[in-house]
Design a protein around this ligand. Structure first.
Ligand SMILES: Nc1ncnc2c1ncn2[C@@H]1O[C@H](COP(=O)(O)OP(=O)(O)OP(=O)(O)O)[C@@H](O)[C@H]1O
Ligand SMILES: [Mg+2]
Length: 204
């Protein structure tokens, strides 16, 4: 069975600093994988490399069975990945539904699918009653939930979460967590049974 993530001696240096040192990682599909370590251990850097935001200095990786090397295939793989980054990059002057619609359209989803998923995710994240607010008016936890909803919009085969539940209330965390398990185990809109995977970076 192809692995969700496979890295070989993955290394990233910033000048003299080695942020990720020869990482060999194997993550099976349909699993939630927690990535623990103290501040500065290199967790976010690893996620940035695995999602194609940062190039490794050395080493190689395969994501969902494909080599991530900047080729045409890399873009295809990126379409199958969802990510909630450490530093949220939301648009302050949009409302949640507008933002999710924008992201859905960026993934080239049909508008009917985007509408359906927006509704489902806004309900799941308990953001339905905040519809009139702009993102700039959101609390930190609300922003975090919106970022998670945006990562789920494309119905990704692989989801990366950098500090997913930091600042999110207990009920929403539980709902999101349960949803993540469901997502890993069962198909949602696109029917590839038992293929989804998640990687979360949690604080130790
Ligand atoms: N763009 C950059 N330029 C220079 N150094 C960087 C850069 N990004 C990260 N680093 C360094 O790489 C190391 C790993 O950082 P990283 O953000 O991956 O850690 P982390 O495990 O996510 O930490 P935290 O728990 O604080 O989020 C740190 O020493 C950091 O200072
Ligand atoms: Mg980090």
């Amino acid at each position: 069975m192809t692995l969700a993530i496979e890295t070989n001696a993955l290394t990233r240096r910033f000048g003299n600093l080695c942020a990720v040192d020869s990482l060999d990682l194997r993550v099976e599909r349909s699993k939630f994988y927690g990535f623990l370590g103290p501040n500065g251990a290199g967790k976010s850097t690893t996620i940035k490399i695995l999602t194609g935001l940062l190039a490794p200095t050395h080493g190689s990786m395969r994501i969902l069975g494909e080599t991530m090397d900047g080729s045409e295939k890399t873009l295809e793989i990126k379409r199958r990945i969802g990510v909630v980054p450490e530093n949220l990059a939301l648009f302050d002057n949009l409302r949640a539904r507008e933002y999710l619609t924008f992201i859905g359209r960026m993934y080239l989803l049909p508008i009917s699918t985007v509408r359906e998923r927006c509704q489902e995710l806004l309900t799941m994240m308990n953001l339905e009653n905040e519809e009139k607010k702009l993102v700039i008016e959101y609390s930190h936890g609300m922003k975090k939930k919106l970022a998670l909803a945006a990562a789920l919009i494309p119905n990704p085969d692989l989801l990366f979460l950098d500090e997913p539940f930091e600042g999110v209330d207990a009920v929403s965390s539980r709902v999101s967590h349960r949803y993540g398990w469901l997502m890993a185990r069962e198909p949602w809109h696109r029917e590839i049974p038992g293929q989804r995977s998640g990687i979360q970076r949690l604080h130790s």
